[in-house]
Design a protein around this ligand. Sequence first.
Ligand SMILES: Nc1nc2c(ncn2[C@@H]2O[C@H](COP(=O)(O)OP(=O)(O)OP(=O)(O)O)[C@@H](O)[C@H]2O)c(=O)[nH]1
Ligand SMILES: [Mg+2]
Length: 420
Amino acid sequence: MEKALLVHLSTDRISKFAAEESMQELRGLVESAGAEVRQEIFQQRSKISPKYYIGEGKVTELKKLLQEQQADMVVFDHILSPLQQRSLEDRLRSKIIDRTQIILDIFAQRARSREGKLQVELAQLHYLLPRLTGKGTALSRLGGGIGTRGPGEKKLEEDRRRIQERLTHIKTSLRRIRKRRAQQRKGRKSSPIPLVSLVGYTNAGKSSLFNQLAQEDMLTSKQLFATLDPVVRRVSFSDGTYCLLSDTVGLIKKLPKELKTAFRATFEEAGEADSLCHVIDITSPHCQRQIEAVEAILSELDARNIPTLRVCNKVDLLPESSRLLQRNEDPDRASVYVSARTGEGLPDLKKKLHHMLFKDQRIFYLLIPKSEKNIIQSFPKWSIVLKRREHNQYCELKVMAEPDNMVKFSPYVHRGDTTW
Ligand SMILES: Nc1nc2c(ncn2[C@@H]2O[C@H](COP(=O)(O)OP(=O)(O)OP(=O)(O)O)[C@@H](O)[C@H]2O)c(=O)[nH]1
Ligand SMILES: [Mg+2]
């Protein structure tokens, strides 16, 4: 396992808490990427150094620490410029990684679908391109410098051209995939089955909740970004209605710009959803800021107007007294408190979700002559058919639909056998 030192630089004095919070998240990211964290190094400095990001003295200290801790790399909790990265590599003779690279790395490990993989590769190439400059031996990070020009520069040109070609190719493929997906989505949109997306900060428990609700075995783990590609399953309610539920990638603050498009793509489902469940880890000390971060990203994705239910998860970890408090303090009732682990609160969650999805819909009973085949067949397109019963001359349907949609079928509506 690779061993890493982590570095965070704060440029203002008040943000000690923020620095620690950010470092804690970086540790999670580094561990998720599969490395072991040996030491965390903080520095307070009024300005970022254009050459090393951190101060010269700290660089010397790092050099010693790398040896002492037998670490293989230094991970910066920031975005390094290509120059800073190169100078640090030259001085420390070690692998230097920044926050963007770590996240890209995790994404590369997790992406499953073709689209996901292409998106990540696209982001990686965009990240790599400016960092090739002047590297001489191009793709190899260490080395380069004086004496490697000439053929090296030529190689660099070739590499750059290859990358550009690859970028063009990926963009074309992605356009094709997206077009197909847009069509699928259009098909789903014209369907009466509502789509609900689970969104939230990474590690909030979305996949665990998804498993509980959809009775599916999915990857849940302590690792961050365990879910990258959206997955959709059906969730049934006790009255026979159902919805589609999608699990999405976890969000994170300070998202690298290279990854914004990748996120947007995996998140598109959420933007198209009829409702969202914003899953929150209420046991996290940074809960409030995570909520804000998610809401900020949702508005960036134009998803703020979608009806959203706040799902406060992991209540099993709270002491009983504070649980009661949480509930009483919440008058707007747009929140539910649940535990994906114990199942506590899930019936309440389903009840609220059902209300949100179907509050404008009613149940109708219809008797349609069997000769009206077209009408019978058209029902699933705009209503959820809960039950269907065949009689000699008639077909009897029990459907959930918006009253407006039923007007044209009023001749077939009957009071119905409510025990059915
Ligand atoms: N105690 C407790 N732990 C939970 C609960 N729900 C999830 N967890 C744990 O929290 C961690 C993250 O859960 P996931 O379901 O993978 O979280 P996620 O939101 O899908 O994370 P990403 O896919 O990375 O965005 C796992 O270790 C879960 O076992 C809960 O209700 N109670
Ligand atoms: Mg997940």
